[in-house]
Design a protein around this ligand. Sequence first.
Ligand SMILES: [Zn+2]
Length: 210
Amino acid sequence: MKRKIKEDIALMGKRLYERRLNGGYGGNISVKDNDMIYITPSGVPKDILDYSDIIVMDFKGNIIEGQGKPSSEMLFHILIYKVRDDVSTIIHAHPPIATGFAIAHRPILEPVHEESVVMLGKVPLLPYEVTSSKELAKNVGEAIKEHNALLLANHGAITVGDSLEKAFRRMEELENLCEMLLVAEAAGGAKRIRAEKLKELFSLIKKRNK
Ligand SMILES: [Zn+2]
């Protein structure tokens, strides 16, 4: 199996930890490569992951390579890859500020910050389901069809992307956004971007991406 992918995942564990987006044991990271999924093991803190800890499994959850057990939350990783062809990376983390919003059961549905609108769009909140459960996986698999970032009530967050970098930047943006919202509340309340200006913003981005 590909050592480079394993190294990139291990490095991402450290980046999430150092950027304070995830505690040691929390969360999990995976990368899809053809019909294989590379995923972090359960029970190894993310800041001390070694490339050799990364598990390779197929889409049925059978271990192809690796010593440990794949993350107990592998169910929703498999499901996300099944419903989103364009996604090749999933990061699930417990970033403290965004998770605070998830604990308060507050989704982020209003367009209040330009970069977040572009990078994240709406961030819905999924109801609390016990970690690793089929119910959690089912809800995630449904919501991810329309979104690139999710909040899991009383638990944490999920971001996806076509690269580790993209999924990481989305997680970082989500955490930044939640911090900005907290400050906005203290400063008098967040105000949304006007609808016609949103339209203008999206047409500008469309032009840039051409
Ligand atoms: Zn979790």
